[in-house]
Design a protein around this ligand. Structure first.
Ligand code: GLY
Ligand code: MN
Ligand code: MN
Length: 444
């Protein structure tokens, strides 16, 4: 299995600590276990910031980073070993494992945190934490601070500055290392295979969930624990619902199906959309819209390179799509004016992409100092233009209504331009039709 090597977690912690103000401490909790119903839990997914700094996969844990601490800068609070609980729920690293396998300098039972953590905070000027994102943890933190405050008359020194960790940490997460790109390539490879499998399985009379099952099969077979987000399998008019999730309609002859799905490997997401005809053959209208979206995506790729700014790729898609819609007679008027008045938004109402990483809509600022961010090597993003013609749009000829097309790929900015991570799925009309025709021949 391809994963982030242990040494990289240590490098990340050191890089973060190097950016913290002198005499400070950072505190981050693991994700809580989410209850699905009664005694059934959701599949556990570690908090992305916590995972980024530790690779530690368990709940009920707290990372404490104390730059310059003599007895070790990286302290991990985690569950104790417990033969009875481990028999039922699975192995735990325990404090020994935290040190041996996860690089902690010091580890304590999570049940002792109230007794130990105030002493670690005491005397530090600043506390870095993800303020506001976990209200229960924020309350605990204030309790620990208040323990120190209550001892002020004995000479205890509570911190007097509380700093949001997000700014430092999320900027680090925006730049992907070679190891991260490797993991993202693997997630992309498996997701590409999943889309191919769904394309090959596509037949009128199946259901949207039949294709979702094909995706899930490839995800799990490839070693992904779960999809990076709820898979969208949207046939016919459902393709015009951007975040469609029902996935239970019948696939009809003559309709398109839009699939937006990607798996997660070692907590790194992939995010692919392909749109194809259920029966394997594009109609002339479907083909026209599809090729327009594809051309806009190509135009966007050309705008992704170091020193280009974040919005250039989006602007390129708007330009190509608006001009194309005028050519097809779906919009009327001057292209520049239609762009200025945002008339294209009737058909293309979302942006061309987002940062991609541990979170599918990853962290990182899109603007810096009021200006669009300039792209740099190692930034990962999606490129996902689309055209959606509402089934209820009375302004356009009937033949166009209910067509929804999105094409989405994942890229990493390189010195020369960008590397497309998800190029393994066929994309041109000819390639898709050939792949689907071959699958039919084999099946019959
Ligand atoms: N799958 C969500 C998105 O494409 O942004
Ligand atoms: Mn996306
Ligand atoms: Mn997507």
């Amino acid at each position: 299995m391809i994963h982030i090597p242990k040494a990289e977690y240590s490098r990340r912690r050191k890089a973060l600590m190097a950016q913290m103000e002198p005499n400070s401490i950072a505190i981050l909790p693991a994700a809580a276990v989410a209850i699905r119903n009664r005694d059934v839990e959701h599949v556990y997914r570690q908090d992305s910031d916590f995972q980024y700094l530790s690779g530690f996969p368990e709940p009920q844990a707290v990372i404490v980073l104390i730059p310059g601490r003599e007895h070790g800068e990286y302290v991990l609070f985690c569950r104790e070993r417990n033969p009875e609980r481990e028999l039922w729920d699975g192995l735990r690293a325990g404090q020994e494992g935290a040190i041996r396998d996860y690089g902690a300098d010091d580890a304590f039972p999570i049940t002792d945190i109230d007794d130990i953590l105030p002493g670690l905070i005491e005397g530090r000027d600043r506390v870095y934490s993800a303020m506001g994102s976990n209200p229960e943890f924020d309350r605990h933190l204030m309790d620990w601070i208040n323990v120190i405050r209550s001892k002020a008359h004995l000479g205890a020194q509570p911190p007097n500055e509380f700093v949001a960790l997000d700014h430092l940490l999320h900027d680090m997460r925006l730049y992907k290392s070679a190891a991260e790109v490797k993991v993202m390539r693997e997630a992309a490879r498996i997701s590409a295979q999943a889309h191919i499998r769904a394309m090959q399985a596509s037949r009128p009379g199946l259901h949207e969930f039949s294709l979702e099952a094909e995706l899930d099969y490839e995800f799990r077979k490839g070693g992904a624990k779960m999809p990076a987000y709820g898979s969208i399998v949207a046939a016919g008019r459902n393709s015009c619902i951007l975040h469609y999730q029902q996935n239970d309609a019948v696939l009809k002859d003559g309709d398109l199906v839009l699939i937006d799905a990607g798996c997660e490997i070692d907590c790194y997401a992939s995010d692919i959309t392909r749109t194809w005809p259920v029966n394997g053959k594009f109609s002339p209208e479907q083909k026209a819209i599809y090729e327009l979206v594809l051309a806009s995506q190509e135009a966007a790729f050309a705008q992704i390179a170091p020193n280009k700014h974040w919005n250039q790729a989006h602007e390129a898609t708007v330009q190509v799509i608006t001009a194309g819609l005028v050519q097809l007679g779906l919009l009327e008027g001057d292209v520049d004016q239609l762009i200025a008045s945002e008339a294209y938004k009737t058909f293309y109402m979302h942006r061309a992409g987002h940062w991609l990483g541990m979170d599918v809509h990853d962290v990182g600022e899109y603007r810096v100092g009021g200006e669009w961010r300039v792209l740099e090597v190692g930034m990962a993003l999606t490129v996902e233009p689309g055209i959606y013609i509402s089934p209820d749009n009375q302004q356009v000829a009937k033949k166009w209504r209910g067509i929804g097309v999105r094409i989405e790929d994942d890229v990493v900015v390189t010195k020369q331009g960008c590397e497309i991570l998800t190029g393994g799925v066929p994309k041109s009309v000819a390639e898709i039709e050939a792949l689907m025709a071959a699958a039919r021949t084999q099946a019959s």
